[in-house]
Design a protein around this ligand. Structure first.
Ligand SMILES: NC(=O)c1ccc[n+]([C@@H]2O[C@H](COP(=O)([O-])OP(=O)(O)OC[C@H]3O[C@@H](n4cnc5c(N)ncnc54)[C@H](O)[C@@H]3O)[C@@H](O)[C@H]2O)c1
Length: 443
């Protein structure tokens, strides 16, 4: 064996360090070329590919999707940037195994429907590739453990593409927590409440027809990671605190049926579907240190998309719905004495300027124009940069499964009269000693 580490060894040593199996490998000073395969090039996979192609040091050499026209479109996207046309794989839903067989890929981006996330990620890890999967990372508790055990055993990265963690406000709030301005986080209210009836019934461009089956079969919080990832970052989950247990409750189902009747007529088979998923779901999650989170999920009712995010800390609070912030001693300094002078919120904007995160200060212009207000660029930029430098990733396998497992656990609680259910400690005790995410290092 050569004494000089090759590209794979350097990339692997960073993954080992991030899952706590080895000391940091000597990080490479020269950014490496990262060879990438993309599996699943529908709406999301194409958007991720576009952001990958904007980064230096990325070569996309494999595209996989059972839909050949989508593969051809993605191959063209790559070729248009001047890179060689990547190999295409479209021989059905198991063809990702031929991608796994390749020896030249460092990273596989997995943007397939939910049920494919864990099987594809596991195949890539087992064949020696880092994997970045779309949300959620897995659908069952067993799959979550399998991802952890495989990432630990192989020493490879298994990250989840939770783009909301890179939101400008989210990172500014993290900055304010680290600076002691907001005080210690105590409670958060967060939700994914987004009318996806047309997306589920596939009556719009870029529909996601595979989502409907989940609403028929399952009942719980099916999409927890967007809101919970940000909260977990603020509350140092898996890095000093951890989710201890949760309870979950769903409403009855009505709106999906009414939508189908209105759209397709009462005699259409889609109007006869029975939906197990309650139209709205609420979960309560308690942490080991005594914080808690109220988490909402609703993709079934008619409503505008709401950014439900409220964080209460010991020295103040932030409300996304109000787009405002309150810091005791600062927001109410003009108030007179006495309890009748209730404190009031301030606009967030001046705080955003004062506490803007270094990532947004330095990369904001590059992110402008990319999806979801720039966060899609930021997540890819951070992933590739960390791989190139041999650094631990911002979101590791423990984060990926801890945020994802809330879906199956909520299903269990809903099905069992809202019984409380323990959240597994995927770090096996390491959460007590793992340092908080270094906000300043996210640049
Ligand atoms: N983070 C975000 O902001 C965000 C936004 C949208 C979607 N998503 C997530 O991205 C994922 C994909 O969503 P989408 O909207 O692109 O769905 P989509 O239906 O548009 O695309 C999924 C693609 O995967 C392909 N596919 C299915 N099975 C496959 C297999 N076995 N191997 C390879 N390819 C396979 C399909 O043919 C399709 O082209 C989902 O997990 C979704 O939740 C995330």
């Amino acid at each position: 064996m050569s004494a000089v580490p090759g590209r794979r060894d350097i990339l692997k040593s960073a993954a080992l360090a991030s899952v706590g199996l080895a000391a940091h490998g000597a990080p490479s000073k020269t950014p490496k070329v990262i060879h990438v395969g993309v599996v699943g090039v529908g709406g999301r996979g194409s958007a991720l590919l576009m952001n990958l192609l904007r980064l230096d040091g990325v070569v996309v050499s494999a595209i996989c999707d059972p839909q050949a026209d989508r593969v051809a479109n993605a191959q063209q996207m790559v070729a248009q940037t001047g890179q060689p046309k990547p190999e295409g794989y479209s021989r059905g839903d198991q063809d990702f195994r031929r991608v796994a067989d390749r020896e030249d890929l460092d990273l596989v981006v997995n943007a397939t429907p939910w049920e494919w996330h864990a099987p594809i990620s596991l195949a890539m890890l087992r064949s020696g590739k880092h994997v970045a999967t779309e949300v959620p990372a897995a659908l069952t508790v067993d799959e979550c453990w399998e991802l952890v055990e495989t990432a630990e055993k192989t020493g490879l990265h298994c990250t989840m593409l939770e783009n909301d963690c890179y939101d400008r406000i989210t990172l500014a709030i993290l900055n304010m927590i680290r600076a002691g301005v907001l005080g210690e986080p105590l409670f958060a209210e967060a939700g994914y409440c987004h009318d996806l009836r047309a997306v589920q019934f596939n009556t719009v461009k870029n529909g996601e027809p595979w989502r409907l089956d989940h609403s028929v079969r399952r009942n719980g919080n099916l999409y927890p990671t967007h809101p919970i990832g940000q909260v977990a970052m603020w509350m140092d989950i898996n890095r000093g605190d951890r989710f201890d247990y949760m309870v979950s409750m769903s409403s009855r189902s009505r709106a999906m049926h009414e939508f189908a009747v209105k759209q397709f007529g009462a005699s259409d088979p889609r109007a006869k579907l029975k939906f197990n998923q309650g139209d709205t779901n609420t979960s309560l999650i308690r942490t080991a240190s005594g914080r808690y989170i109220s988490l909402y999920f609703d993709t079934s009712t008619p409503r505008p998309k709401e950014e439900i995010m409220r964080l209460q800390c010991a020295k103040g609070c932030y409300s996304a719905l109000e787009d405002k912030i309150f810091i005791e001693g600062r927001s109410n300094r003009s108030e007179g004495p006495g309890w009748l002078h209730s404190p009031h919120f301030e606009p967030l904007e001046p705080y955003l300027t004062e506490y803007d995160h270094p990532l947004w200060k330095t990369r904001g212009p590059q992110a402008a124009g990319s999806g979801h207000g720039g966060i899609d660029y930021m997540e890819m930029y951070r992933l590739i940069k960390n791989l190139q430098l041999g650094q631990p990733l911002d979101i590791d396998v423990y984060d990926a499964v801890t945020w994802s497992v809330l879906a199956p656990l909520s299903e269990f609680s809903v099905a069992n009269r809202n019984r409380s259910v323990d959240v597994p400690d995927f770090t096996r005790g390491k959460w007590k000693h793992r340092p908080p995410l270094d906000s300043d290092a996210i640049i």
